[in-house]
Design a protein around this ligand. Sequence first.
Ligand SMILES: Nc1ncnc2c1ncn2[C@@H]1O[C@H](COP(=O)(O)OP(=O)(O)O)[C@@H](O)[C@H]1O
Ligand SMILES: [Mg+2]
Length: 339
Amino acid sequence: MRRLRVLALCNETLVPPETMEGYSEKEIDEWKTEFDVISTLREMGHSVHVLGLSDDLTPIREAILKRDPHIAFNLLEEFHGVVTYDHAIVSYLELMRLPYTGCNPRGMLLSKDKALTKKILAFHRIPSPRFTVFPLGRKVVRPKRLQFPIFVKSVIDDASLAISQSSVVWDDRELAQRVAFVHEHTQADALAEEFIEGREFYVGVLGNERLQTLPIWELRFTKSDVPIIATRKVKWDRKYQQKLGVETGPAEGLSQEQQRRIARLCKKVYQALGMSGYARMDLRMRPDGRIYVLEANANPNLSYGEDFAESAHAAGITYEDLLSKILGLGLRYRAPWKL
Ligand SMILES: Nc1ncnc2c1ncn2[C@@H]1O[C@H](COP(=O)(O)OP(=O)(O)O)[C@@H](O)[C@H]1O
Ligand SMILES: [Mg+2]
């Protein structure tokens, strides 16, 4: 790939240092993705200008005018501290006619809202757990069709915010309590959906028009038989991860036909939500083999050694190849201003 001028956009607080030396594991965890992506792009010979952003668009405009980048590498997940503004920054890049990596604004907007995603999936007959939304400040009245056990989470937050083993509720009293908890801790509407008992899979998808899926990845607990749920602690607490033996790797024991079906399903979700660049689908599989889509993640975690990069690696795509592919998809994406 030719040498590119890359404008790396990340949160102001996550601008990585030049080296990891002298930092604790906990400190590194904070900006590891940014560090991995930026340092690898530089090793690949690209010229990377890192821009830390919080609540001002001016630096983006200035950097575009001054540095004339070929592309923005989008590592931002919020603006103004608001996670749902991620799509607006990408819209701004389009208005500035700058190619960018990852998902387009529309795909981001649709996939960020888990309830809206599920409504679109329903139209396409893509299975996802039955659900209802309990808006902030409204009384909790469970529709009869929604049966226990029920899983309660925020409609818009990610990273398993406010998700623990107590997210599964078994009666109306627990439901009301958990909805109140989600409202209070996320300040967002609560999504209550059928709890899907079973295995948990993650599937990476790459592409704009022609799509490629990565090998099916599975979450496992090797030292505990608590139900498989990717809680906040499972995702972020290293000690707890060790205690449970949290592990992700290739899903085993699936037939060729099952794997093909899951890959097809994930591509369908990607297309239904109008996604581009790269994404990761979160799925559950019941013991009878029935698959349900939980959510679609635009611009998933690109850390070296995390699920997305690891599953790419299993498909023979090195970390450098992966970043090259993502840059290439960003450059080729047919944004409306190009037409
Ligand atoms: N309906 C459900 N049934 C079973 N587990 C669920 C359900 N919804 C969420 N979970 C568990 O909670 C985790 C986080 O939920 P998810 O919808 O993926 O939100 P996030 O955006 O925080 O990743 C999932 O990875 C899964 O383990
Ligand atoms: Mg998820």
